[in-house]
Design a protein around this ligand. Structure first.
Ligand SMILES: *[C@@H]1O[C@H](CO)[C@@H](O)[C@H](O)[C@H]1NC(C)=O
Length: 426
């Protein structure tokens, strides 16, 4: 999600825009300056489901082999006081623990997994879910945890690091209601972790969404055209190390992007999709074979802030009709976020985009370079779903929809009371 965009930052941007600098005009559009009021596309109640027990869920992943969705949620309103990515630093006093949820798209029910061997404070953010290659029906779940620094909680001194942000690794057997904690991953180069792209149970990319954790420099970073965020590649050499900082190798995999944020996978591709939240840009990055550092091959600009990207793989695709594409959730009015981040009943309108390869530019089947069709497939005024941060499409058999290509769209929001699902045309 975007960092704190303050009113002062907006004023500064607006002032600059009078000099008509096109990239800045585009940035103003991305954060919603001049955007008319957003009406909801949730028109037909029969095609809309509010999924219960999904409060403040940020990221969302579809695990196709089991036809299940995974998300990480706060389950209560602690984000309005403690959430380091938004600059909220009033730490919870009661050791709050968010949870991993499994949502069954057939029943639209969410269940919370109970943790085995994990009773620590858990402040959720990005996750990734990948198959355990050594066991059937089993997944590894990587989850960012913005745990407060106990020294800060005890002393409340201003000038110490407030958050000990880290990553938790869990193992879950599909169909059970538990997640077993494997280990914690903490490293000086994992500073402001946002999202994770796992390539194996022992190797993953993680974005640091900002360079500065807080203060004046963070504000400047938010507004200035600087590119101080980075993506790290973490290798776990000992899955069962008991110290969070042991048994790890960490190297920088990507720099040069402003506010790199959500990470995504593309079906049967090595692509690491990287999103700049504040600038509304999707970067298609690929790992170098030699060292797994990432190289950006293409960027796609959208007209809103973005967050965690997902890829819809059309199981009914033919050569002439393939609905596959990126599903991108974001804020229609990112400029209001800073004033709403401590307000439980504020509305933050949302957009969801479907970005498909333009068939008229298709060079070959699959994900080719070239032009893209950007369709706004969903919007809400913030009344049903607020602050959208991830969206997933699960296709519906066209045989059940009179031959039409349609899908259920699931949308989470990092400060939304609930996630929602609604049917859309693809
Ligand atoms: C990784 O490999 C690529 C391609 O050979 C090279 O350009 C790049 O400098 C390497 N990066 C590091 C950090 O070794």
């Amino acid at each position: 999600m975007p960092g704190t965009i303050t009113v002062a930052s907006i004023a500064a941007l607006a002032a600059l825009s009078t000099y008509i600098i096109p990239p800045i005009r585009h940035e103003l559009k991305v954060i919603g300056v001049g955007r008319p009021a957003i009406t909801s596309t949730i028109a037909n109640a029969a095609d809309y489901v509010k999924i219960e027990d999904t409060t403040h869920c940020e990221d969302l992943h579809y695990y196709a082999p089991a036809n299940l969705l995974f998300t990480a949620c706060e389950d209560r309103h602690t984000r309005f006081s403690w959430f380091p990515p938004l600059g909220s630093f009033e730490p919870p006093t009661d050791g709050t623990q968010g949870s991993i949820h499994v949502v069954d798209p057939k029943t639209m029910k969410s269940i919370r997994l109970s943790f085995i061997d994990f009773d620590k404070t858990f402040v959720t953010h990005g996750i990734d879910v990948i198959a355990d290659p050594s066991a059937k029906n089993t997944v590894y779940i990587f989850a960012v945890n913005h745990q407060p620094n106990p020294e800060f909680v005890a002393s409340r001194r201003e000038h110490i690091q407030k958050s000990n942000s880290r990553i938790e690794l869990f193992r879950h057997v599909i169909g059970t209601s538990t997640a077993k904690h494997i280990r914690t991953i903490s490293h000086p180069r994992i500073e402001t972790p946002n999202d994770i792209h796992a390539i194996s149970p022992t190797e993953f990319y993680v974005t640091n969404d900002h360079f500065y954790r807080e203060g004046l420099m963070r504000e400047l970073e938010g507004v200035a055209p600087v590119k101080w965020s980075n993506t790290q590649l973490v290798s776990i050499t000992d899955l069962y190390a008991t110290s969070p900082s042991e048994g790890l190798g960490v190297q920088t995999a990507l720099t040069g992007i402003k506010n790199n944020n959500g990470l995504g996978h593309v079906h049967e591709s090595e692509e690491v999709t990287v999103v700049s939240a504040e600038r509304g840009i999707l970067y298609r990055a690929f790992p170098h074979a030699e060292n797994k550092t990432l190289e950006v091959r293409e960027s796609i600009h959208l007209d809103s802030t973005l967050d965690n990207p997902t890829w819809y793989h059309d199981p009914w695709a033919t050569d002439s009709d393939d609905k596959s594409g990126y599903i991108l959730a974001g804020l229609a009015r990112g400029l209001d976020l800073a004033s709403n981040i401590k307000t439980p009943n504020a509305k933050d309108p949302v957009y969801v985009w479907l970005v498909q390869p333009d068939p008229s530019h298709t060079l070959s089947k699959g994900q080719q370079e070239g032009n893209w069709q950007k369709k706004l497939v969903f919007q809400d005024d913030g009344g049903k779903v607020r602050t959208a941060s991830a969206a997933v499409v699960i296709g519906i058999d066209p045989g059940l929809e009179g031959g039409k290509k349609r899908g259920w769209l699931f949308v989470t929001g990092f400060m939304s009371e609930n996630m929602v699902a609604t049917k859309i045309d693809l």
